[in-house]
Design a protein around this ligand. Structure first.
Ligand SMILES: Nc1nc2c(ncn2[C@@H]2O[C@H](COP(=O)(O)OP(=O)(O)OP(=O)(O)O)[C@@H](O)[C@H]2O)c(=O)[nH]1
Ligand SMILES: [Mg+2]
Length: 239
């Protein structure tokens, strides 16, 4: 048992079906590993009743394990992390999606790697041996690969998966990165890891398999791709 505490920031928008299972898996993982933990759910007024589910989970696991920190409307992912971070009581923060694309089974590996090397950040990566993407069609795979390749070529970061968001951070490191990051949309994750190099933070990587969301709709479209390309260019010309 260590004195570390791991706060999972879980942004949700219409994740009613996914939330109970992801919570159960997280609770099991942390309990098996004998780690102190909490989940901070940042729900942006999901019309599907995600918050009702979150309240039920609070009665099952306790309010000290599950914090519900909702916002009135869909204000975007970047600000959801900022909002959740102010309530997090752990000295380590895990950021992941609530839709099963990020499986809790990789968390022990991330924590182990962090401890062994005292990394500032451990990033899940789909783009190193052992990692991968399942359930996407060829078009979405190409878009993702292309986006990653473009940013790697121009920005030379110390990480292989720039657009992924399954990461473990020291809390003060995340705080500084979030405050330095300007982007709000899809570019957000990429800008964070690029700025990590700017601040000389150390980054470890764990290969992860990413599966397409189990329930619900995807929001990826042409405007997201355009925004992303603009974001890469802005960083290339400023950082
Ligand atoms: N609080 C909050 N959560 C959001 C918002 N947009 C997305 N999320 C959540 O953030 C996580 C990642 O969003 P996703 O919609 O899965 O994004 P994605 O993985 O790029 O796209 P798909 O899985 O293909 O839909 C999920 O847990 C979502 O429920 C938002 O505006 N506010
Ligand atoms: Mg997703």
């Amino acid at each position: 048992m260590t004195f570390n505490k791991y706060s999972v920031l879980l942004p949700t928008y219409n994740e009613r079906e996914n939330l109970p299972i992801i919570t159960w898996l997280l609770a099991r993982t942390f309990t098996e590993q004998q780690l102190d933990w909490e989940i901070v759910i940042i729900d942006d007024g999901s019309p599907d009743g995600t918050q009702e589910v979150a309240k039920q989970l609070q009665t099952v696991y306790g309010q000290d394990r599950i914090q519900l920190r909702p916002r009135a409307g869909k204000l975007g992912l970047g600000t959801a992390y900022v909002h959740g971070l102010q309530y997090a009581t752990g000295n380590f923060i895990i950021i992941m999606d609530a839709d099963f694309s990020h499986h809790p089974k990789f968390i022990p590996q991330m924590i182990k790697l962090q401890m062994e090397n005292n990394f500032d950040i451990v990033s899940g990566t789909r783009y190193r041996p052992g990692g991968g993407v399942y359930g996407w069609d060829l078009k979405r795979k190409l878009v993702s690969r292309g986006a990653n390749y473009l940013a790697t070529l121009l920005l030379r970061p110390n990480a292989s998966d720039l657009t992924g968001s399954f990461r473990l951070y020291k809390k003060d490191v995340l705080y500084q990165l979030i405050n330095a990051t300007l982007a709000k949309g899809y570019v957000f994750q990429m800008e964070m890891i690029v700025r990590a190099r700017q601040f000389n933070y150390t980054v470890g990587e764990v290969p992860i398999t990413f599966v397409d969301r189990v329930y619900g709709e995807s929001k990826m479209g042409v405007s997201e791709i355009t925004q992303y390309a603009q974001g890469v260019w802005r960083l290339f010309t400023t950082v």
